[in-house]
Each structure stands twice: as structure tokens, then as C-alpha cells.
Design a protein around this ligand. Structure first.
Ligand code: FRU
Length: 467
């Protein structure tokens, strides 16, 4: 049990110092998961962006590696992706030593012009920028960013999807250097509209064959924020997903559900993307919120910004259509040591732990401390509600303390027995409810560690330690 309160999480990735936002360039190589990220190494707030770099073998314990990309004359280094070029189509390496190619946005600091550039690495740590940058010019556009490269199984080449204003655009390339536009998708048609950011596009297996998922993070137009005060419009930034087909040129949304599908119902999961070169589809998001991240009270612990845990995805058919079901990808080995909690109060001897719970009816789980602070996860007939309004510090920023941000709610998808997974790690809570189809990621700042967990109602929970 910690004696001094620290907010730096034990198993969630945080930068070595100062500011971090989006995950970038996630790729799996030789047993190692690499994570690059939007990094401003000089101050605990957003600034000229670099790509920071971390790596892990178990998705829980991270090593910091040298900063991978620094700003240059084309601008600073905005979000993007990496691809392990196994066939050396780029010619930057060889098939024995496949180059790792980073495809990122060069954002010009004065003109705000955004263009796509590439860099390559042969040791997967140090990068050389391509002399022919930019590789996609964007003709002066200012909202034209965040390329995510993926294998195009139809054309048998690499494609990328990037954010272009209120649309996303698809490009393909024979060599990762010469790119040609193949199509676009209008985000606002079967979902919410706004300026798109950080798209990702990938296939997932289902009983009815493969389906494609398109994920888009989005800045809502100011006049839309808070209009209905629901999960979709309460914040300036949200992430949504679409399910459909990819014909080699563009994505088509075929599961028109009538409302946006959200990969997270909490306040703190943005710009989430998946690993390249990994059989399973595993996602990590930035576990913060643009509305208040720059004021988060973690500067005394030397960092601002944290990532979600890695979550594996499956597509599941429900009576309301297909949904992504998430599960924690790195915690399986630790779950073996889980022990049951009793109904009522349990003393906690840890400030980073996981719970596996069987939800057989309605009930709640509450984490509390002696300072009178608590966070409650309630399962009702109709809703899952995560209430962080009294969880700890709230006054560091006005949005954070708002009712609409403090009360996180989502409609229930299941009415039979379901599984719930929960992770608490010092300043971040992740809940995967209704068999993982209803996730919540929430930042919270207790002034002293929660040392009591109480379970009420028809919930049977097992606890394991995160070490
Ligand atoms: C999303 C985002 C991206 C951009 C990056 C800049 O959070 O705005 O669109 O590339 O952050 O740091």
C-alpha cells in the first residue's frame, strides 16, 4: 500500500516527463510492443510535437526509449502510424532487416498547413526522415492529418486512412512513398459530424464472415456540444466507430444503427488506434480529455498524460446489431491470482488492482477512502453508471467538475448474466461492462488512496493485484 499519494500509474503508460497525448505508430515486432506518442518533452502542456517512444513485452511494464522524431523545417510531428515493411517495398532496408516506416503528419507551426511525411528505422529506435518528404502534400489544407497505414487485402498493397476535415480519405501505395487517393468516407452521414482526427480501419472476424471497422475521433462543432446532454455530445471531443465493408478503395457503413457507436462511454479515451503487425486487434487510447488534460493535477508526479491499458477487440452480434467487445489484453496471467471479495466492505491493501465480476442482476461496486471520497460503478436494469463526482479533486478545472462530466452513463446492452472487468490504477479507472461492450475510461484524483472497496447487490467480484 502506498503511503505517499502518487498519481503516476503502476501499469498504464505515462511519459518519462512532461506532456503526452495521442498514441502513435503502435507496432508489434519480435515479441515487443512499440508505442510512439505525441510528446512535448519540455513542459507539462501541449507544445511543438515530437514522437516519444516506449516498449513493452507484457503490455503492463514499459521501458522508455529515446525520442524518435523531432520537429523539422516542414513542421512539428503530429500523429501517425508505423508499418513493419516485411517485403521491403520501400527499399529502405532488406527482407532480412525489414525497415520500420513511420507515416506521420508534418504540421507547420506558422501556416498550420498539414502534409504527410515518412521516416524509416532499421534498429526500430533511431529514425531517418525521407529526403522526398512530404509524400502527400494536401495542397495547403490545415485539417489533413493522422495517417494510419494498414494492409489492403483487396489490392495487395498498403493503404492508409487519414482525417481530412469532416471526412476521412483513403490512399494506397505500392512502395509507401508514392500515394494515390482511392476514396473517402463522410463521417457525419451515419454518425456524428465534426472535424475528424486519428482514424483507423481494420477487419474483424464474425460468424457471418469478416467485417471492417472504421474508428474516428472527432472534434464536435461548438454549437453541438451539450445540445442533448447525452453520452454523445457532452464533450468537445468524442470517438465513434462504424461497422461495414472495405472494397479496396473506401469504407462503407453497413450497420446503420441510427445513433453513433461509441468505443468508450467515459470522459477519458481519445485518439484510440490499433497495433500493426499483430494478429489480434489490440487498441490503446489516450486516457485523457482535451477539455481539461492540461490542468490535470499530476505535475508534481512529473507527467501529464496517460494511456489506456491495451484492449483486445472482438465483434459480437447482439439483438441491437454488432458491437465491439473489449477485454484487457495484458492482464490474463495476473488474473490467476484473483481471490473473491465478500459482500459489503473489503479492506484494500493496494492502489492498483483489477476486478473480474459476474453481474447476475443489479448492484454496485464502490471505491472509497477516509477523506470521504468515492467512486461508484452502478449496474441498474437499464444503465451502467460510473459516478466520479465525489471521487477526489475536482476544482483544478471547471469542465472536470461539471455534472455532465462527473456522471458517466451508458444504456445496458445485456439483460442476462454478464461479465464486468475493472482496473483501477492510482488516477485512472477502466470499466468494461456488459461483456466488454460498454467500456468507461475515467481520470480521477483521490487526495489519498482508496482503501475500501464495497460490493453490493447481485455482483460476485474477484480481485487481483497489478504488479
Ligand atoms: C488528436 C490530435 C491529432 C493531432 C495531434 C496533435 O488528439 O489533435 O489530430 O495529430 O492531436 O498533437
Amino acid at each position: 500500500m502506498q503511503t505517499k499519494n502518487t498519481y503516476r500509474p503502476a501499469v498504464h503508460f505515462t511519459p518519462p516527463a512532461n506532456w503526452m497525448n495521442d498514441p502513435n505508430g503502435m507496432v508489434y515486432i519480435n515479441g515487443e510492443y512499440h508505442l510512439f506518442y505525441q510528446y512535448y518533452p519540455s513542459a507539462p502542456h501541449w507544445g511543438p510535437m515530437h514522437w516519444g517512444h516506449g516498449a513493452t513485452r507484457d503490455l503492463l511494464h514499459w521501458e522508455h526509449l529515446p525520442t524518435a522524431l523531432y520537429p523539422d523545417e516542414l513542421g512539428c510531428i503530429f500523429s501517425g502510424s508505423c508499418v513493419l515493411d516485411k517485403d521491403n517495398v520501400s527499399g529502405f532496408g532488406s527482407t532480412d532487416k525489414p525497415p520500420l516506416i513511420a507515416v506521420y503528419t508534418s504540421h507547420h507551426t506558422e501556416t498550420h498547413q498539414e502534409q504527410q511525411s515518412i521516416a524509416y528505422s532499421l534498429d526500430y529506435i533511431h529514425f531517418e526522415k525521407y529526403y522526398g518528404n512530404p509524400v502527400i502534400t494536401g495542397e495547403g489544407k490545415t485539417d489533413f492529418r493522422d495517417p494510419k497505414v494498414f494492409w489492403n487485402p483487396v489490392k495487395k498493397c498498403y493503404s492508409l486512412v487519414l482525417a481530412a476535415g469532416e471526412n476521412v480519405e483513403f490512399y494506397s501505395s505500392p512502395n509507401l512513398k508514392d500515394w494515390e487517393k482511392t476514396g473517402e468516407f463522410q463521417a457525419g452521414i451515419h454518425g456524428l459530424g465534426g472535424i475528424c482526427e486519428c482514424p483507423d480501419c481494420f477487419p474483424l472476424k464474425t460468424e457471418e464472415g469478416e467485417k471492417w471497422v472504421l474508428i474516428i475521433s472527432m472534434i464536435l462543432p461548438p454549437e453541438e456540444i451539450g445540445k442533448h446532454n447525452n453520452a454523445y455530445d457532452r464533450m468537445s471531443h468524442i470517438t465513434q466507430y462504424y461497422i461495414g465493408t472495405f472494397d479496396g478503395n473506401t469504407f462503407t457503413d453497413t450497420e446503420e444503427s441510427g445513433f453513433p457507436l461509441l468505443p468508450d462511454f467515459g470522459t477519458d479515451n481519445y485518439a484510440a488506434v490499433t497495433f500493426q503487425n499483430l494478429e489480434e486487434k489490440v487498441m490503446i487510447g489516450w486516457a485523457d480529455n482535451w477539455d481539461y488534460a492540461a490542468k490535470a493535477p499530476t505535475q508534481n508526479d512529473g507527467f501529464r498524460g496517460k494511456m489506456t491499458l491495451a484492449r483486445e477487440m472482438k465483434l459480437v452480434k447482439t439483438d441491437r446489431g454488432y458491437r465491439i467487445a473489449f477485454s484487457f489484453a495484458g492482464t490474463k496471467a495476473l488474473e490467476a491470482g484473483a481471490f473473491p471479495l465478500t459482500e459489503g466492505d473489503n479492506r484494500l491493501h493496494t492502489d492498483s488492482f483489477g476486478l473480474k465480476a459476474a453481474v447476475n442482476g443489479t448492484g454496485s461496486i464502490t471505491l472509497a477512502n477516509d477523506a470521504g471520497e468515492s467512486v461508484e460503478i452502478a449496474v441498474t436494469e437499464d444503465e451502467i453508471i460510473v459516478d466520479r463526482r465525489r471521487a477526489g479533486q475536482t476544482s483544478f478545472q471547471e469542465d472536470y467538475g461539471k455534472e455532465s462530466y462527473g456522471l458517466n452513463r451508458a444504456p445496458r446492452l445485456l439483460h442476462h448474466t454478464s461479465q464486468m472487468e475493472l482496473i483501477f490504477d492510482r488516477c485512472v479507472l477502466e470499466v468494461l461492462a456488459d461483456d466488454g461492450m460498454t467500456p468507461f475510461t475515467i481520470s480521477l484524483f483521490p487526495t489519498q488512496p482508496y482503501d475500501n472497496i464495497s460490493v453490493a447487490g447481485d455482483i460476485r467480484a474477484m480481485l487481483y493485484h497489478l504488479r
